[in-house]
Design a protein. Structure first.
Length: 368
C-alpha cells in the first residue's frame, strides 16, 4: 500500500487502536476467538486491523502506535502486526467497554510523554478517502494542541441512518469545527429523517482526539469513579509496576462507554465535520454497501458463487474449493464456516445478536 507523505516529525502525537471487541453482529464469520477486526472482510489481503494500522502510519511515528485489546488476542495481534513491539500492546485483563480502555491508554502515554496528544480509533472501521482522513486528523491534532478541547470526528450523513449515534453541531469555532450541542443515541427512522433534514447533525464516528492531560483532567471532573482508580496507581504508570497494578485494579472499573462517561457530560467537547468515506462496518448490510459487488449485485467473499435470480446478497464461505449454487434469494446473508451455516434475510440482521444469545443458552459456547 502506497503511503501518503505526511509530516510526522511531531513525536508528541500518539495513536491508540481499540481492538478488543467481539463483533457479534457479524457472527458466524466473526467469532470470540477471531473477531471481525482480524478478518479480511474487504478482499484486500489485509484485515480491518491491518488496514487501520496502515492508515495511521503517515500520521504518527510507528513507535507511538498502541493497541489496546483483550489479553486473549495478544498472539493474533503479534502475528498480524509484526512491526509492533510488545510494550505497544496493552492487554486488558477484563472487558470494561471504551472508557476504562481509553483511560488506561491516556494514563500510560501521559506518564511517558506529558506533552502528548492522541487519536483514539476502533480497529474495525472502514475509511475509503484516506487522503482526506489524513488532512482531517492533522487539522484535529492542531486544534486540540492549541487549547483544552475534547474532539470527536463527525461524519456528514447522506441518509437517515438508524444504526449510528448523532451529534448536533452548535456554534462554529473555525472551519469545520463546532461546539457540540447534543449527543443522541441511535434514533428511530422518523427522528433520523428529522436530523438529516435540519442539516445540524453528524454521525458519531467513535474517533476521538485530545491531549492526554486534557482527557485525564476531564475524567477527574466528570467520571471520578474511573479516574480515581487510575489515580490510585499513578506512580506505577510507565514503570514495571504498571501491569501489576492494571491486573489488580482494571477489573473493578465500571463497564461504560467514553460517550456516556465523559463526552455527554463535559463542556469542552467539539466536533470536526468530515467526509472521509467512513463506515463502522457494523452489519452485513454495511459490508454489502461498502465492498464491490458482482454483475448480479451480490458480494462474494472467498468463494465461487453461481447465482440464478439472486441479487443483493452477501456470501462468505469457508473453503476456497467450495462451490455455492443458489437460486431465488434476494437480499440475504449466507455465511458458512466450518461449524456454522447462517442463512438470514439482511432485513433481519438486527436479530443476529439474539441468535447468538440463543445458541449460547441452548448449545453453549462451542459455536461462538
Amino acid at each position: 500500500m502506497k503511503q501518503q507523505h505526511t509530516d510526522i516529525s511531531n513525536t508528541h502525537r500518539y495513536c491508540v487502536i481499540m481492538c478488543g471487541g467481539v463483533g457479534s453482529r457479524f457472527w458466524p464469520a466473526s467469532r470470540t476467538a477471531r473477531p471481525k477486526q482480524f478478518i479480511d472482510f474487504c478482499g484486500t489481503g489485509r484485515s480491518l486491523l491491518q488496514m487501520t494500522y496502515d492508515r495511521l502510519l503517515p500520521l504518527v511515528p510507528k513507535e507511538n502506535i498502541l493497541i489496546v485489546t483483550n489479553s486473549q488476542y495478544a498472539e493474533l495481534i503479534r502475528t498480524q502486526l509484526p512491526d509492533i513491539a510488545g510494550h505497544q500492546i496493552l492487554l486488558e485483563p477484563a472487558r470494561r467497554n471504551t472508557a476504562p480502555c481509553i483511560a488506561w491508554a491516556a494514563y500510560h502515554i501521559h506518564a511517558i510523554d506529558p506533552k502528548a496528544s492522541m487519536i483514539v480509533t476502533p480497529a474495525d472501521h472502514l475509511i475509503t478517502r484516506e487522503t482526506e482522513f489524513h488532512k482531517s486528523i492533522n487539522r484535529a491534532f492542531e486544534f486540540v494542541e492549541s487549547g483544552d478541547s475534547l474532539l470527536t470526528l463527525g461524519i456528514s450523513p447522506d441518509r437517515p441512518e438508524t444504526g449510528y449515534g448523532y451529534i448536533q453541531m452548535g456554534t462554529p469555532v473555525s472551519d469545520d469545527f463546532y461546539k457540540v450541542k447534543t449527543f443522541t443515541e441511535k434514533p428511530n427512522l422518523e427522528l433520523a429523517k428529522v436530523f438529516l433534514g435540519t442539516g445540524e447533525f453528524l454521525w458519531n464516528s467513535g474517533i476521538f482526539i485530545w491531549k492526554t492531560e486534557t482527557l485525564i483532567e476531564a475524567l477527574r471532573t466528570y467520571s471520578p469513579d474511573i479516574a480515581s482508580r487510575f489515580d490510585a496507581g499513578i506512580e506505577a504508570f510507565g514503570t514495571p509496576d504498571e501491569l501489576t497494578f492494571i491486573a489488580r485494579e482494571f477489573g473493578s472499573c465500571p463497564s461504560v462507554s467514553i460517550d456516556y462517561a465523559l463526552m455527554e457530560k463535559a463542556r469542552n467537547v467539539f466536533v470536526e465535520a468530515v467526509n472521509i468515506g467512513w463506515s463502522d462496518l457494523g452489519t452485513w448490510s454495511s459490508l454489502r454497501d461498502h465492498t464491490p459487488r458482482n454483475a448480479s449485485g451480490n458480494v462474494t467473499q472467498g468463494c465461487t458463487v453461481m447465482s440464478y435470480n439472486t441479487s443483493g446478497s452477501v456470501f462468505t464461505v469457508a473453503g476456497k474449493d467450495k462451490l455455492v449454487v443458489v437460486d431465488g434469494l434476494h437480499d440475504y446473508v449466507i455465511a458458512d464456516t466450518d461449524d456454522v451455516l447462517l442463512i438470514c434475510p439482511i432485513a433481519n440482521e438486527q436479530h443476529i445478536k439474539q441468535y447468538v444469545n440463543d445458541v449460547k443458552q441452548l448449545i453453549g459456547d462451542k459455536h461462538l
